[in-house]
Design a binder for this molecule. Sequence first.
Ligand code: ATP
Ligand code: MG
Length: 326
Amino acid sequence: MSHQIAVIPGDGIGQEVTPAAVEVLETLDIDFEFVEGEAGDYVAEETGEPLPEATADLARDADATLFGAAGEHAADIILPLREIVGSYANVRPAKAYPGLNAVKPETDIVFIRENTQGVYSKIESEIADGVSTLTRVITRDASRKIAEYGFAYAEEHGYENVTIAHKANVMRETDGMFLEAAEDVAAERGADYDTALMDALAMKLVMNPEDYGVIITPNLAGDVLSDLAAGLVGGLGLLPSANIGDDNALFEPVHGSAPDIAGQGIANPSAMILSAAMLLDHLGYDEQSTRVTEAVEAVLADGPHTPDLGGDASTEAFTAAVIDQL
Ligand code: ATP
Ligand code: MG
């Protein structure tokens, strides 16, 4: 069965790291059809549209999308794209890859963040001069769905610890429902789990990250805690991410367009290639996904390294070394 992959490099180093990831995917013996779409500041300058309809259609029709990075118009590109793929889960591994100089090298956590609700529901208004309100929406269905995804992810990827993050002692109705729904799902699956108050969890993550595996969280808590954990493993530079929908998904590095080094051919393509590995995993190519991840880890451990990791290798040389490993 052939899979159609939409490839949207975007701005800055997206133009350099995205082709590197595609090159890696092309060396695997999988029937992928890549269709490339344009989006970004450079497109907005020419046409006034940062995300042309044709590109949105490509992402809509594809089985999965690889997205590089967006600059000034990031919000006008990535938010609609996440909506197009119907992303209900944001998956953010915080793993101490070699070469990151991790503060906590034993960290291997995957955040499964609810991606549609909570305080990011955009139901905000200024109800009177100087008084603004925000409505926090949590539904049982969406909470069950993220919990199902999180527990299944833990099972498939061999994570023994699953933690449900919440603040149900204060937000009794909303996080109360989130917690109850997630616990129901755990009971139905016969799965073990812990619960953690999100503020205490922030402290424990800093002190003992090795105690955690998969963390299932509401939207805002997941946003904050996953960045916190990125700090534990040495920053955003090498980290991949996934936005999972029902029959579509989008994979992107956590870093941005890095205009300071764009166009020089020296960007580190690790985060993008690891995002491609997440794409493989999502589409059921588990074995190939593991091989790609291990190939990146091997090159990060032994070089060649790009300048951000103290080496002088180009994006191309790094990518060639990964392909060599494969
Ligand atoms: P944006 O506005 O698109 O978010 P930014 O200026 O915030 O761009 P980031 O991409 O977030 O830049 O990166 C922050 C810093 O990390 C920059 O100095 C950038 O050069 C560096 N950086 C980010 N990604 C990479 C990468 N893949 N390889 C090497 N350096 C990187
Ligand atoms: Mg940035």
